[in-house]
Design a protein around this ligand. Structure first.
Ligand SMILES: Cc1cc2nc3c(=O)[nH]c(=O)nc-3n(C[C@H](O)[C@H](O)[C@H](O)COP(=O)(O)O)c2cc1C
Length: 391
């Protein structure tokens, strides 16, 4: 009887313990963090910063490095005048900081960018030097380590995020986006497209009514593979022709800005330079190609100057036509996910044209434009074809 009573007591106390623990729902090991590490505001705006996962956040002591720029009371930040200040929440023995930037409210152009290793940041700074706009660097909640970016490893964080079209959390809060009419949006190309931080940004902030100027840096792929996603995500925006600024001089950037801004809606223009000098025929059908600007295409163009380049292609894998170019071209292979219309260099001396998709290490040569996936399939999946490229 006594044993039974002890058992019931133990059982009840375990259950009670569970009920006390479960509703809290907060994993005991979740780290305390501040809700924004960078905060962008206009004069007069307020924003409530919070200490996430803190058991008794009321105990935090808030202070500002410059209350004339941004003051803080119990986490509520008030933007006072142009400049920047660091808001600190002291909680226990630790300090949690947020850098607040208050804009003067005079500029209507903003440069927003994400950069993992600094190349896109350099490009953003070049633009800023030319147009003098406000500038914001998007900060991921979890910074990317060099291991995270090791794209030769399928399992690295960046690769997994790209494969899943993930939207990793960001810790940048922008309160004054309404102020800006034109937004330059910059990012590195990851696996042919925009990185997840950009997807997160575009899913959190509306671009309705804004003029968007996408720019990127890349190893060689260029910006074209990201443009359709950007157009789809930036609903209601006028998306201008994007540009890869990796090797652009200040003069190139000025030219791009001059061409795109100051013109009316030209959102359906081709991105970057459209080469019209090299023509391609698949069987009897002349197709329009937007050629890449790289050394492989330059070599192909040289070949075509001496006479038509004829490539006998064969169907392969249910998604592509492949054939020998007759010469090795310079190659800069990167792991690439292809889609219908993509033209790539494979193994240095073969051209592949896709009517489906594949993932392999290629050098991009160009993209057939003005045809959708089913038209590409009709053109390429009915049997072997001959491709002729000429100047
Ligand atoms: C995960 C990952 C994937 C990448 N994929 C491509 C790619 O598909 N094509 C390309 O040309 N460069 C690719 N790159 C190279 C970057 O686009 C290039 O180095 C860029 O300039 C880096 O910009 P950042 O320094 O601002 O981060 C990739 C880099 C990483 C880390």
């Amino acid at each position: 009887m006594k044993k039974r009573l002890i058992f019931i007591l133990v059982f009840v106390s375990v259950l009670a313990g569970l009920f006390i623990w479960l509703p809290s729902g907060v994993p005991t090991n979740a780290a305390v963090r501040i809700s924004a590490k960078t905060l962008h505001m206009a004069k007069g705006q307020n924003y409530k910063l919070k200490l996430k996962n803190a058991k008794s956040s009321k105990k935090a002591v808030w202070s500002s490095s410059d209350s004339t720029v941004a003051s803080v009371k119990k986490g509520k930040v008030t933007a006072k005048k142009e400049g920047s200040a660091i808001i600190t929440a002291k909680y226990g023995k630790k300090n949690y900081e947020c850098t607040v930037t208050v804009s003067g409210g005079t500029k209507d152009t903003l440069i927003i960018y994400f950069s993992a290793t600094g190349t896109t940041e350099d490009a953003a700074e070049k633009i800023q030097k030319i147009i003098g706009a406000d500038m914001i660097r998007l900060q991921p909640l979890k910074a990317y380590t060099s291991e995270d970016l090791k794209y030769s490893n399928d399992e690295c964080r960046a690769n997994k995020e790209q494969a899943a079209d993930a939207k990793p959390s960001i810790t940048t809060v922008i309160k004054n986006l309404d102020q800006y009419k034109t937004i330059y949006l910059g990012y590195p190309i990851w696996w042919g497209k925009e990185p997840g931080v950009i997807r997160t940004f575009l899913s959190k902030y509306s671009m309705e009514g804004k003029i968007l100027m996408p720019f990127c840096t890349s190893g060689s792929s260029g910006i074209s593979g990201s443009m359709q996603h950007i157009r789809d995500m930036a609903e209601g925006a006028t998306v201008k022709a994007g540009k890869d600024l990796t090797r652009s001089s200040e003069k190139d950037i000025e030219e791009w800005i001059g061409k795109e801004i100051g013109t009316a809606d030209n959102s359906d223009k081709k991105d970057e330079k459209t080469e019209t000098d090299m023509r391609m025929k698949i069987g009897n059908t002349e197709v329009t190609v937007k050629w890449e600007e790289n050394e492989s295409v330059a070599a192909l163009r040289e070949m075509a100057k001496t006479g038509p380049v004829t490539i006998s292609m064969s169907m392969y894998g249910g998604f592509e036509q492949v054939g020998p170019i007759g010469k090795s071209l310079p190659r800069n292979d990167v792991q690439t996910s292809t889609s219908a219309g993509d033209i790539v260099l494979y193994s240095g001396d073969k051209m592949v044209i896709f009517y489906g998709s594949n993932s392999w290490s290629y050098t991009r040569l160009g993209k057939i434009t003005g045809m959708d996936g089913s038209q590409m399939k009709d053109l390429l999946s009915g049997g072997d074809v001959t491709v002729v490229i000429e100047n």
